[in-house]
Write a protein that binds this ligand. Structure first.
Ligand code: ATP
Ligand code: MG
Length: 412
């Protein structure tokens, strides 16, 4: 039945997938907390304007990728394709501009109508951080350092490299855009269709075109670095000095751009070759123009977002689950006692799997399959004597233990 399939580009998280997913979020959140980034959760849908205004009618995300619909009340809504604009909206809606700088961490689903393939879904999930109200270059350094530490603590940093670029300030970018457009106009007929469309609307984005012909033409194009004014250069020098002092390695990639107008200065990506074409696991940069573009006062911002699915695929081992204690009643007459005992152990912080059915042998087999460390076996005779059997499943040993001592024996 067609409607019982998941929608194309979506997936269920079950078992090991769910554990990997959760491990990525928990590790990232713990790291972000150390930098004082606090949880923020914004709705998964917003008025379409929240994204169309800052992302612009020309960005790939808005022109091709958003899920936008009218609800029953006639409101035009968009499932969030990314979270930075939503976080800035929340900053403005909640009047938080008096408390800057602010640090936020988020994790949750994003939605983009893309061609599904390995590492690319229509509903995917991101973790991310945003540092708002900090125009200092060390803000960029802090954000990158936090990202690097997340990757390190996930145990995947060895396969991942940091690419860095600067887009300069608005003046530098305008100067560069003019030069780039003047150069590319000479080859307009040879550009790919996408790039031709971007020439007037979003020329910087052409720099990261995947089209072979485009890439050849770009070989001779002017480079952004030559258009940087003194202030932009000084900013980048400080960012690099900070990264160098923290011994965070990077390579400069002059083609690395973030295609949106409100991005300036630092742009960066953490990427791996281990995932094929979808190798970028984390991307970020400085977006000092965004809050203003949304109707607020000029407010600095810098942050990153990372794809949880791509990070989860890189984890070597799914995180181990805590081994349970299995509580097993021998027959019906002791099942209520088993229920009570299981709950007592849980109250004492023990992970308990309560075998709800089956013969003792089956219940013990299931306990072994659950990798239980101990089985607590409750039979009518022991119960009458105020005891239970405690079986050490690793050693294959069993002993009678007083019922009253059990929680103390197993409690964490
Ligand atoms: P790409 O070049 O892969 O399309 P992007 O520039 O669109 O990436 P961002 O908007 O910077 O990506 O999002 C940050 C991260 O979110 C990406 O580096 C990637 O890990 C993840 N991501 C983006 N789109 C998807 C998707 N459709 N499915 C899974 N993960 C994604
Ligand atoms: Mg994309």
């Amino acid at each position: 039945m067609a409607e019982l399939r998941p929608v194309r580009g979506t997936h269920d998280l079950i078992g090991e997938d769910a554990r990997r997913h959760r491990a990525v979020i928990e590790t990232a959140r713990a790291v972000a907390e150390r930098y004082r980034y606090e949880d923020i959760a914004t709705p998964i849908f917003e008025f379409a304007e929240v994204f169309t205004r800052p992302l612009g009618d020309t960005s790939d995300i808005v022109t091709k990728e958003t899920y936008t619909f009218e609800d029953r009340g006639g409101e035009k809504l968009t499932l969030r394709p990314e979270n930075t604009a939503a976080v800035c909206r929340a900053l403005l809606s909640n009047g938080l501009l008096q408390n800057l700088p602010l640090r936020f961490f988020y994790a949750g689903p994003m939605f983009r109508y893309e061609r599904p393939q390995k590492g690319r879904q229509r509903q995917f999930h991101q973790i991310g951080i945003e540092l708002l109200g900090a125009p200092e270059p060390f803000g960029d350094v802090e954000v990158i350092a936090c990202g690097a530490r997340v990757l390190a603590e996930l145990g995947i940093a060895a396969d991942i490299t940091l690419e860095l670029n600067t887009l300069g300030d608005a003046e530098s970018r305008t100067a560069y855009r003019d030069e780039l457009v003047a150069y590319l106009r000479r080859f307009e007929a040879d550009l790919s269709e996408d790039s031709r469309a971007r020439l007037s609307r979003n020329p910087l984005r052409i720099l990261d075109s995947k089209d072979e012909g485009d890439r050849e033409l770009l070989q001779g194009a002017p480079v952004l670095e030559d258009s940087l004014n003194a202030a932009s250069r000084a900013f980048f020098v400080e960012v690099r000095a900070g990264l160098d002092s923290l011994a965070i390695p990077y390579t400069i990639n002059p083609r690395l751009v973030r295609g949106l107008d409100y991005y300036g200065h630092t742009a960066f990506e953490f990427a791996t070759t281990a995932l094929g074409a979808q190798g970028t696991v984390m991307g970020g940069g400085r977006y000092d123009g965004l809050v203003e573009m949304m109707g607020g006062p000029p407010t600095a911002g810098v942050g990153w977002a990372a794809g949880i699915e791509r990070l989860a695929m890189l984890l070597a081992e799914p995180p181990a689950q805590e081994r349970p204690v299995a509580v097993i009643s021998v027959d019906e007459s002791t099942s209520l006692e088993a229920l009570v005992l299981a709950e007592e152990l849980r109250a004492a912080n023990v992970v308990v799997e309560h075998a709800l059915r089956g013969k003792v042998g089956q219940r013990l087999k299931r306990a072994a399959r659950a990798r239980a460390r101990y089985a607590v076996v409750i039979g009518p005779d022991e119960l009458a004597a105020g005891q239970v059997q405690l079986r050490d499943l690793d050693r294959g040993e069993q002993e009678a233990v007083a019922r009253v001592d059990l929680v103390r024996r197993l409690g964490a």
